[in-house]
Design a protein around this ligand. Structure first.
Ligand code: SF4
Length: 343
């Protein structure tokens, strides 16, 4: 395999060839994965990462061609430190739930799987293939007895990922999609949901609901819809979960990470699985694509798109959410910018 010095030399050459200014990048560590033919380059900080990636990913693209490698993943050590810290908080959170006896006995094997997976990810925080490999290996696992959970499935990539990981961890998954009509759950989301359910053979039900008041208030410019919409959806799933006597429900939120990724409401535990596993958006997209789930550009929800268009003063609420995910390291600044441009 290549040495750090050889990679640095190649980067300098490529930058010169394409007319970028001369700079010598520093590399902290490199890892090569034989199975995936992927090279991970860890730089000390973000500026060195930018040097290796180049404008629009041009330098790293040429480097990949030159080294004849399937893919190159460049990550800065400063980002790894944050991720490791958040994963440590998530591990502490699981230990706390165990210590406080918040985990029903029949669910303990699944939580042990969660803990082991967190441990593995924590010790290889630079490696974005840990979860994808885990899902591939365990997706056909027989669920543990009496380890039922509900999963709120919206048809977006984050909740689709949560469903896959919940199944791979050994939960017995019952998926529900709250359906207030196409203004909130449009055809593309139905398409994703139906594909995913067909592929995974998970039990699933659409829950038809009336959200007319929220929709009217949003289209009338009285509110930004997301706060009331998400709490309505949560109440609907919560009620269903309580009626089925299930103690745990799973959501696809990417925030809040660490200690707030598990919360309780009326004795029902809510796990924000992507937040707990400190998933990045790109990592999630690479996983769900194998299950016929398509990424929908920008906000796929027509209601929020109309609100942004009619009442630009509400755009800042949606932008704030993108910024929070960027600050937590879940979105790269470039991805955040693309998303903000659709708001
Ligand atoms: S984007 Fe907002 S309004 Fe649309 S489904 Fe999500 S929470 Fe509801």
């Amino acid at each position: 395999m290549y040495t750090k010095d050889e990679i640095i030399e190649n980067v300098i050459k490529i930058r010169k060839e394409i007319g970028h200014e001369y700079v010598k990048p520093e590399i902290r560590e490199i890892y090569y994965n034989d199975d995936t033919d992927e090279l991970t380059i860890i730089t000390p900080d973000r500026p060195e990462k930018s040097i290796i990636i180049g404008k629009g990913g041009w330098v790293v693209g040429k480097l990949r061609e030159k080294l004849q490698i399937n893919s190159i993943h460049v990550v800065s050590y400063t980002d790894i430190i944050l991720k490791e810290y958040q994963l440590q908080l998530a591990k502490n959170n699981i230990e706390k739930q165990k210590k406080n006896k918040q985990i029903p006995i029949s669910y303990i094997p699944v939580f042990e799987n969660i803990y082991e997976l967190l441990k593995l990810k924590h010790s290889h925080a630079y490696d974005n293939n840990i979860i994808i490999n885990y899902i591939k290996k365990n997706i056909n696992r027989t669920p543990y007895e009496n380890a039922d959970v509900t999963v709120a499935l919206s048809g977006g990539v984050d909740s689709s990922f949560s469903l896959l990981l919940a199944k791979a961890l050994g939960f017995n998954v019952h998926a529900f999609s709250v359906d207030p009509g196409t203004i909130i759950l449009p055809k593309q989301f139905h398409y994703n949901i139906d594909n995913l359910i067909k592929k995974t053979e998970i039990q699933h039900e659409y829950l038809e609901v009336d959200m007319k008041q929220i929709i009217d208030d949003a289209l009338g410019g009285k509110i930004h819809p997301c706060g009331r919409c998400s709490s309505f959806i949560e109440k609907t799933i919560h009620k269903k979960t309580a009626n089925m006597n299930i103690p745990i429900m799973i959501y696809g939120d990417l925030l809040s990470t660490g200690s707030q990724a598990i919360t309780f409401n009326d004795n029902i535990m809510r796990i924000n699985l992507p937040a707990l596993m400190r998933m990045e958006k790109n990592e999630i997209k690479n996983i769900v694509v194998d299950y016929d789930v398509k990424k929908i550009k920008g906000y796929g929800c027509p209601l929020v798109v109309q609100v942004h268009h009619k009442y630009p003063q509400y755009r800042s609420f949606s932008i704030q959410r993108v910024l929070r995910e960027t600050r937590a390291g879940i979105l790269e600044p470039g991805e955040a910018l693309d998303l903000i441009n659709t708001i």
